[in-house]
Design a protein around this ligand. Structure first.
Ligand code: SF4
Ligand code: SF4
Length: 228
């Protein structure tokens, strides 16, 4: 899932300051699962902004709404009228939501209340950790299922940097060295010798690794066509 963290209140307040009527929009997707951008978070943020605005002598209004997903036009359309009535939308979704609301509601100004962090797994209650950098060309079969792009601090593709200390990363000793983990894993699988093969540089010209990426699922396209 995508994880995103709310920006500090002062930063958000500075962003909304030029506007009077603010529509705070939550997202019921990933950010609800990681407890940062759903209905409850919208309510907390709107209340904090009201209090802060009061203290600053402002008279801004903060309207709250949460839609199922901000990355889906069908749901974004449901707030078109509310958006038209607001001076600015404050989005509590990941960056995909902010971009897509800007695209769909293009007369409105959409501002980001969140910092999007990563594609992450829920390690334990309340803790998420990055496990994929969405590189567009998965090579986990070469590294025993452990991603060197997302999990090595330097995204090294061909073995450790030499700074590994007792299985920990030299950049951040709280983190396991991804390459130490890969070596242990490949040894366990009896595939250690495969790590002597060099991974070639990535070909950025193909569109598979770089640039704005997307995908088309033909089956879903046909379903949509049939509905029209
Ligand atoms: S190689 Fe890593 S970053 Fe790329 S798709 Fe696989 S898990 Fe994600
Ligand atoms: S110590 Fe390991 S995880 Fe850290 S940067 Fe070097 S190779 Fe990557």
């Amino acid at each position: 899932m995508i994880i995103a963290e709310r920006k500090p209140i002062d930063e958000i307040y500075a962003m909304i300051k030029p506007f009077n009527k603010i529509l705070v929009v939550g997202c019921g997707g990933c950010v609800t699962v990681c407890l940062t951008g759903g209905e409850r978070s919208v309510s907390v943020l709107a209340e904090q902004l009201r209090l802060k605005d009061n203290l600053e002598g402002g008279s801004r209004t903060f309207t709250e709404v949460t839609i199922t997903r901000q990355c889906d036009a069908e749901y974004v359309e449901t707030i078109r009228t509310q958006a038209a009535d607001a001076d600015a939308i404050l989005s509590m979704a990941c960056g995909v939501g902010v971009n897509y609301m800007t695209e769909i509601l293009d007369d409105a100004i959409t501002l980001p209340a969140m910092d999007t962090k990563a594609l992450a797994a829920n390690i334990r209650s309340g803790e998420w950790a990055e496990r994929c950098a969405a590189c567009g060309s998965c090579m986990l079969e070469e590294t025993g299922g452990i991603c060197p792009i997302a999990r090595c601090s330097k995204s090294l593709m061909n073995g450790p940097c030499g700074g590994t200390q007792d299985g920990k990363c030299e950049v951040n000793a709280d983190l396991d060295c991804a390459w130490a983990k890969i070596v242990v894993r490949m040894e366990k699988l009896g595939r250690l010798d495969e790590l002597t093969e060099l991974s070639p540089p990535r070909d950025w010209s193909t569109g598979r690794h770089g640039g704005p990426r997307g995908m088309i699922v033909e089956e879903a396209l046909m379903d949509d066509d049939a509905e029209e």
